[in-house]
Design a protein around this ligand. Structure first.
Ligand SMILES: *Cc1c(COP(=O)(O)O)cnc(C)c1O
Length: 385
């Protein structure tokens, strides 16, 4: 029997046609597809500005740069996230810090962020873990207006806050970032985006994406040069997204609503079928008014570490490629050794990590395959307890 991955892209012939259209055209990069993709994401998120990047990691790096994060500063994020949510501050010479998770949501909360705050925190990166929007409004109230608030929305494009506003709307955050890696809500192969309401932040993001170059005559330090003239003001990178990638992302975006609906259907079936498996704790659902993105469907084994390990091994043995998301970021040796983090810093995150397992959850997960997962989980979770 074929292996079932935990996540996988859904491409159709339209996606392929849009990409080959670009390959037959004049622009492989920096052409019209990038701007069209940016406009479509801005419109979906109901924000004035969206800036495309070559990956979600580059988008986070750009957002932390635009927020002014540098050496001497602290960048605070959730202990349970992909390392890039914290790496973006380390790239800029900042020190990382971590907020524990709320075990009810698996997200950092206003309380856990407040408990981890200090006067050197320049930016807080909230994470919409598994596709459930972080409580941005409460976190903003807790940290005040002098701290930059960035949402790592890599898991949650297409999800809604409890007030029915779209993820990425930046009603309370300064910026939100997205990833278009193949397992994410929509894919461009590789790719990322930052949304913001601030024209200044959007300018800084665009500049950072292309080496730190400045071309607008009003902004140049030296005058009287010709039309070719440009200056480098910041140490930026080449973080541009190509037109090839943008065309795929734009085409995928047209099916985002369908993808999120399918993920919610997969989650609903797991909830119903696994409700009677007493050894498992099912993940938090979206609050009233909200919509979960279900990038991940994470169960926790109530018997803890040894049972989770045995369940992981047994499911993998049967070709069900469950995953563990994530190790507390500060456990990584780079973080522990360079910054002196120790086990025990975030107890809820560590207990979560020792029990969690991500089941296959993606739009193209067929009924029979999901049935196979449900049968195996229902049989093995009690057996390993
Ligand atoms: C995927 C992901 C990223 C990084 O995105 P890439 O496009 O792979 O660089 C950052 N943060 C989170 C939470 C992610 O899941």
């Amino acid at each position: 029997m074929e292996a079932i991955p935990y996540g996988r892209q859904s491409l159709d012939s339209d996606d392929i046609d849009r990409v080959t259209d670009v390959l037959r055209g004049d622009w492989l990069t920096q052409g019209p597809a990038v701007a069209a993709f940016e406009e479509a994401v801005a419109s979906l998120c109901d924000v004035p500005h969206a800036v495309a990047f070559s990956s979600g990691t580059a988008a986070l790096h750009g957002a932390a740069f635009a927020a002014g994060v540098g050496s001497g500063d602290v960048l605070l994020t959730s202990a349970i996230t992909f390392a890039a949510s914290a790496n973006c501050g380390v790239y800029l010479g900042a020190e990382p810090a971590f907020a524990d998770i709320d075990p009810e949501t698996f997200n950092a909360s206003a309380e856990t962020v407040s408990a981890a705050m200090n006067e050197r925190v320049r930016a807080v990166v909230g994470v919409d873990f598994a596709g459930l929007p972080a409580p941005v409004e409460e976190i903003r109230r807790a940290v005040g207006d002098d701290v930059a608030l960035i949402v790592d929305a890599s898991h949650s494009l297409g999800a809604l806050h409890p007030d029915e506003r779209p993820v990425g709307c930046c009603d309370h955050a300064d910026m939100a970032t997205f990833s278009f890696h193949p397992v994410k809500p929509v894919t461009s192969g590789e790719g990322g985006m930052v949304t913001t309401r601030s024209v200044e932040l959007a300018d800084r993001l665009r500049r950072f994406r292309t080496h730190g170059f400045v071309r607008e005559p009003a902004d140049l330090r030296r005058s009287g040069e010709g039309a070719w003239y440009h200056e480098q003001h910041d140490l930026g990178f080449n973080y541009r997204l190509s037109d090839i990638h943008s065309a795929l992302g734009l085409s995928q975006l047209g099916r985002l609503g369908h993808f999120v609906e399918r993920r919610n259907e997969v989650a609903a079936r797991y909830r119903e079928a696994l409700a009677g498996v007493e050894e498992l704790e099912l993940p938090p659902a979206a609050p009233a008014g909200g919509r979960h993105g279900y990038h991940l469907f994470v169960v926790r084994h109530r018997s803890g570490e040894a049972a989770r390990r045995a369940l992981y091994d047994a499911l993998r043995e049967e070709g069900i490629l469950v995953q563990v998301h994530y190790l507390p970021v500060y456990w990584h040796p780079l973080y522990a050794e360079r910054f002196g983090f120790c086990e025990g810093l975030c107890p809820a995150a560590e207990a979560y990590y020792r029990s969690c397992l991500s089941l296959p959850c993606f739009p193209g997960l067929g009924e029979a395959d999901q049935g196979r997962v449900i049968e195996a989980v229902g049989r093995l979770a009690p057996a390993v307890a």
